[in-house]
Ligand binder design. Structure first.
Ligand code: ZN
Length: 322
């Protein structure tokens, strides 16, 4: 049973595009039991990762009314999928796809948090305060390579209140897309295990989207989890956008580093399917077993593979959701 930390299937369908990585029926056959389904209001324009080094400016702010309208539409797409909306870890079952409703960038949440509870009632159980742009709650991390994730100020006062409210309601707070200051702000405020749903090791691929060893240690110390991102630009040491020349071993390299630093109980999958360019050998949710085979060939036993594939996500969600 594979539980995954991030996909952008709802956004892909909302944009009228054909999904390229997730065919739910085929994925389910291959052991995909769902995971975090992101609702992300897209910033205009596309991200150019083609030449390294790069330092893309932060995307501009999105007004609340626009974000709220689009997120409502993304939610309708999500609940219209053949998935079960998951609000308890018992809702995940092998042989079916469970969806954690996740807001990636909280522009659709009113700065006074007045609509957060109604989102909770609609099934929201995970939220990233920012995507890679500024909003009422903080500043996201801009995409740059090679560069430190320490790119500016962290959470606003509203952002601190958002983290507290999420703790109170039992909504997971996602650290992916926060800059370093925002990360440490969440770490000092949150009472829940720290989680980055789709990020990699900065020591191996110095992207601003990746986590330093100090950040990884902080996640470990709270009993949290990092979901390994399959984006080639966040995997490769040179940051290049070369899906045809990036073997599965690049993911294994990050898994090894994370396990060495945090232990196997803190590493999970966070593919970013339909939101990133993965290695060609892993460009479809049905191909995840190839990664597990590569780990098994390196001596991973069934128990460790189960921790990576679903047990760590289930543990953190159970603690966070109560
Ligand atoms: Zn993302």
């Amino acid at each position: 049973m594979i539980i995954d930390g991030h996909n952008d299937l709802a956004l892909t369908l909302w944009e009228g595009k054909e999904p390229i990585h997730v065919d739910l029926a085929a994925a389910e056959e291959a052991g995909f039991a769902g995971g975090f389904f992101a609702m992300n209001v897209p910033s205009p324009g596309s991200l150019a990762f083609d030449a390294v080094p790069y330092a893309l400016p932060l995307s501009s702010e999105i007004p609340f009314e626009e974000a709220a309208r689009i997120t409502d539409e993304l939610y309708e797409v999500l609940v219209g999928l053949p998935v079960r909306i998951v609000t308890s870890v018992d809702d995940f079952r092998p042989g079916s796809v469970g969806a954690v409703v996740h807001i990636e960038g909280a522009e659709a949440i009113a700065p006074d948090l007045s609509n957060l509870e109604s989102w909770y009632e609609r099934g929201l159980r995970s939220l990233g305060p920012v995507w890679s742009r500024p909003n009422a709650f903080g500043r996201g991390v801009p995409f740059a390579f090679p560069a430190s994730p320490d790119t500016g100020p962290g959470l606003t006062a509203a952002g601190v209140e958002l983290v507290r409210a999420c703790n109170r309601l039992g909504i997971l707070v996602d650290l992916s897309h926060l800059n370093a200051a925002g990360f440490w702000d969440v770490a000092s405020v949150s009472a829940a295990p720290l989680v980055a749903t789709h990020s990699n090791a900065h020591a191996l691929s110095p992207s601003t989207r990746n986590l330093t060893d100090r950040q990884l240690a902080a996640i470990r110390d709270t009993g949290g989890v990092v979901g390994v991102n399959f984006a080639v630009t966040f995997l490769r040491a040179d940051g290049l956008h070369l899906p045809d020349e990036t073997p599965i071993e690049e993911i294994v390299r990050h898994v090894d580093h994370l396990v060495e630093l945090m232990g196997v109980d803190h590493v999970a999958l966070g593919s970013d399917f339909d939101g990133c360019t993965p290695p060609q050998a892993l460009d479809d949710a049905t191909k995840v077993p190839a990664l597990l085979d590569a780990l098994a060939a390196r001596g991973w036993g069934d128990d460790d593979l189960r921790a990576l594939c679903h047990r760590n996500w289930l543990r953190v969600l159970a603690v966070t959701w109560r």
